[in-house]
Ligand binder design. Structure first.
Ligand SMILES: [Zn+2]
Ligand SMILES: [Zn+2]
Length: 300
């Protein structure tokens, strides 16, 4: 267990981080809203006012090229509508279970990516620990300049891996991000190409209704996985989120909290149906020496 002095605590107050061999839920800083809700605390991720900064990292590539959302988002939604329209025209008795199957697969994908990104080590020698453990305001010029410099040395994959780790000590920041920042990269590299491919299969391959249903909910759930994750870290959500939670089609914040307590279980963040399988996979990988705790924390 690594222990760090907290500049905003009473004298002697400390913030703790999971060490290399054990992960333990630690006592929470009483003045930090984000800490109270997370259960996993990293050093100095809060401002003196007790509020986690919304600017929790450098603006990534997606943010800088936000103009792409005006093109990508409408094309994706139109493509998805084509798939769902073709599915409705070819409904068969397998369509409903296939819709649920696609929703399960999207949940599984969210859990698998989350597990691998949480534990995939960040590159050394990039000064990422300086950002992770920064003790001042994350809205300060010093932090923003440092974050821009550090993040510019990472490729897109490394930024995503860092972002997943950065989510643990300051989870509420994800809920404050824009929809585009949450899902833009997923749309561009995954959901949109998959949806366009399904369009081709629907229009020219005469795919059956069940296959279009399976593909549509898989793509929909995969595309919005980080948005759904973000809704678990904020209180004010659209009404449909509550409806989907009551129908058990989305998981609850209480269920997701089990992940933040230990970081060793329940990585899936859509409906959580796949978490038993993901948890078994995690235990198996750990048993064989994979996914060491050191991957959870960026190195210097
Ligand atoms: Zn995580
Ligand atoms: Zn979370």
């Amino acid at each position: 267990m690594r222990v760090f002095e907290c500049p905003h605590c009473e004298p002697g107050g400390k913030l703790r981080l999971p060490g290399m061999s054990s992960l333990t839920r630690i006592s929470l800083h009483p003045r930090s809203q984000g800490f109270q809700q997370s259960g996993f605390v990293a050093g100095a991720s809060h401002s003196p006012a007790g509020r986690v900064s919304a600017h929790d990292g450098a603006r990534d590539t997606i943010e800088r090229i936000s103009g792409m959302k005006r093109i990508v988002m409408p094309i994706f939604l139109a493509s998805l509508a084509v798939n769902l329209g073709a599915m409705i025209m070819r409904l068969d008795w397998l369509t409903v279970p296939a819709l649920l199957g696609g929703w399960y697969l999207a949940d599984f994908a969210s859990g698998l990516v989350h597990m691998l990104m949480d534990y995939h080590p960040c590159p050394t020698g990039r000064g990422l620990a300086d950002m992770f453990f920064y003790e001042g305001s994350r809205e300060s010029e010093e932090y923003l300049a440092m974050a821009r410099a550090r993040m510019s040395r990472l490729n897109a994959f490394e930024r995503i891996a860092y972002d997943f780790k950065n989510h643990h000590p300051r989870p509420d920041a994800l809920g404050r991000r824009s929809l585009w920042r949450q899902i833009g990269s997923t749309l561009i590299v995954g959901a949109l190409p998959c949806s366009l491919a399904l369009n081709a299969v629907a229009l020219w391959g005469h795919a059956p209704g069940w296959l279009l249903g399976l593909g549509s909910t898989f793509i929909l759930g995969g595309a919005f996985a980080q948005y759904f994750h973000g809704t678990l870290h904020r209180r004010d959500n659209p009404a449909f989120i509550g409806m989907l939670r009551r129908a058990h089609l989305l998981m609850t914040p209480e269920a997701h909290e089990l992940h933040h307590i230990s970081l060793q279980r329940d990585f899936a963040t859509n409906c959580g149906w796949s978490n038993p399988v993901i948890n078994a996979l995690f235990r198996t990988l750990r048993h064989h020496g994979h996914l060491p705790d050191a991957g959870l924390i960026p190195p210097p």
